[in-house]
Design a protein around this ligand. Structure first.
Ligand SMILES: [Mg+2]
Length: 307
């Protein structure tokens, strides 16, 4: 049962919605003085945040950085095998477009689309779950060094985190809020990688990810459960995310959404322009490139929330 859906976006089968722009332009956007924090709209005077939800990949973790460079070539190969007359370059563009458009949803949705594209070209598609497994197998090769490095201690967790994640989480924990992770990545991987990065001390068991039946999980369901279990209304909810799904879901629940336009490969402290625009379009209240200004950010959120 998903309550927090736009009427026009409701899907009786429990599918996640595609990206749809709900905010055209950031008219009143301003920078918080002397910081990297861009305020799109003030959250208004409500109680201070009490429950804080994080997306995982790109919002905290960089372990899976570069995944499109694995997914897109796999899709191009799969479509070439149909015998299509399109060139690899053309196919790369096609795949890049729909992968990008669907980014933020669970991986299976990109694979559902791949199966449709195979069919369109006269091929006999595999089940989307088969494509997803092929992708995960290749991705696991790409990120094996990172995971092994974290486990052995060769790589410091900070190198695999969006900058200043630990400082942000420490500060939040000190404010006594409950912290949650909700990720479109398969739950066993999320639980494992949360621990590898030493983040289990913040999130404990409150880590949620995709299930084998993709309709058994959505970020909207996690938000709904947090609110129901704690008898809260959405105003006390704060979320951090670099994808549109969590931003949309938390806005639909009445909470405050921080869009994290993280530069995953460069960790430059400058917002990724594509993410920034897409997050503003999804309704983000605030945009940050990472958490280097976590102090002013949380002070702003707590005072702007009328504490
Ligand atoms: Mg993400």
């Amino acid at each position: 049962m998903a309550i927090y859906r736009n009427d026009d976006g409701a899907d009786p089968n429990g599918y996640e919605e595609d990206y749809r722009r709900v905010v055209d332009r950031a008219d009143a956007a301003r920078m918080l003085p002397g910081s990297t924090i861009e305020i799109i709209r003030d959250p208004g005077r409500k109680g201070p945040p009490r429950h804080v939800l994080f997306d995982f990949d790109g919002t905290l973790s960089l372990i899976r950085e570069g995944w499109p460079e694995v997914m897109v070539p796999l899709m191009v190969e799969t479509l070439l095998a149909t015998g299509t007359s399109e060139s690899p370059d053309e196919l790369r563009r096609v795949c890049n477009d729909f992968v990008t458009h669907l980014t933020g949803k669970q991986t299976i949705y990109q694979m559902i689309r791949l199966a449709e594209e195979v069919k369109k070209r006269g091929g006999a598609p595999e089940a989307p779950s088969v494509y997803k497994q092929q992708y995960l197998d290749r991705l696991s090769v790409r990120i094996a060094g990172r995971r092994e490095g974290l486990l052995s201690g060769r790589i410091d967790a900070r190198e695999m985190l969006v900058p200043y994640s630990l400082e942000l989480l420490d500060d939040l924990q000190g404010r006594g809020v409950a912290l949650y992770v909700a990720s479109g990545t398969d739950e066993p991987f999320v639980v494992e990688e949360v621990a590898m990065l030493g983040l289990d001390r913040y999130f404990g068991p409150r880590v949620y990810g995709a299930k084998e039946d993709f309709r058994a999980f959505s970020k909207a369901q996690v938000i709904e459960r947090i609110l129901r279990d704690n008898r809260l209304d959405g105003e006390s909810l704060l979320a951090f995310g670099d994808g549109y799904v969590e931003i949309r879901n938390v806005k639909e629940a009445g909470g405050t959404a921080i869009g994290v336009a993280s530069d995953e490969a460069g960790r430059s402290g400058r917002p990724d322009p594509w993410k920034r625009d897409r997050l503003i379009g999804a309704g983000a209240d605030v945009i940050v490139p990472d958490y280097r200004d976590f102090g002013p950010l949380l002070d702003y959120l707590w005072t702007a929330n009328g504490e």
